[in-house]
Design a protein around this ligand. Structure first.
Ligand code: DC
Length: 222
């Protein structure tokens, strides 16, 4: 691990505002950005493409170590295709959450995630960034928000991307996903002991970013 490169972690449940905050922090500080959910989504997509069962731990872990994604701006190339849009579909999110419960899969994806730690710094968003992937991160955030507001936000995001969405199914899917992510034995979704928790239910994106940047500055990051 390259411990001299500062890392800021942003963990939390689906649609709690992690992605937006991580992007805002990376932009404000000129840091690289890691959306770790993309790796679980890529593997979920690959499993569905290749007909690998979502509980076949060793086959999935084998696929995980050979993943060779290429990131070009908003595009994510894997196996000769840009899969950036397709991995945002709800069924891929559900597949990602199921395979994310498998310890060998999580271990196999560690290297790819840690490779993103490059100067001048990294903002990493996910579920276990502060607890497992970058436990030595300089600054850790944990975002929360009510289930209803998260379903509403995810609904808006999907509609804006031109993807089909139903708010009732979304709310159910989000609570099932939370339960799975929180109850798994390996790297469950939980705040790191030294994380700052921000409840984003009644805050807009700018307010969350302002609070987070104030905390970063207190830690000497600016
Ligand atoms: O953040 P997201 O919705 O793109 O993540 C999709 C799934 O991947 C999520 O339900 C749980 C899993 N995941 C994980 O277990 N650990 C991470 N660091 C990121 C995502």
């Amino acid at each position: 691990m390259v411990s001299s490169v500062p890392v800021i972690t942003v963990d939390g449940p689906a649609a709690s505002g992690k992605g937006t905050l991580a992007e805002g922090l990376a932009q404000a500080l000129g840091f690289h950005l890691l959306d770790s959910g993309v790796f679980y989504r890529m593997l979920g997509w690959k499993a569905l493409q290749c007909g690998i069962a979502l509980d076949d731990e060793s086959a999935l872990a084998e696929q995980a170590v050979t993943l060779m994604p290429e990131f070009h701006g908003c595009q994510i190339w894997l196996d000769g295709q840009d899969i950036a849009q397709v991995i945002r579909h709800q069924e891929i999110g559900t597949a990602a959450s199921k395979i994310a419960a498998l310890p060998q899969v999580r271990a196999s994806l560690l290297r790819l995630q840690r490779q993103a730690r490059r100067a001048p710094g990294l903002v990493a968003d996910g579920r276990d960034m502060g607890t497992v992937v970058f436990p030595d991160a300089l600054c850790k955030f944990f975002l929360t928000a009510s289930g209803a507001i998260r379903a509403e936000r995810r609904h808006k995001q999907l509609i804006e991307k031109g993807l089909a969405s139903n708010i009732t199914t979304l709310l159910q899917e989000i609570s099932e996903r939370d339960a799975r992510d929180e109850s798994r034995v390996t790297a469950p979704l939980k705040p790191a002991v030294n994380a700052v928790t921000i409840d984003t239910t009644s805050l807009d994106a700018d307010q969350v970013l302002t609070l987070a940047l104030q905390h970063c500055r207190r830690l000497g990051l600016s």
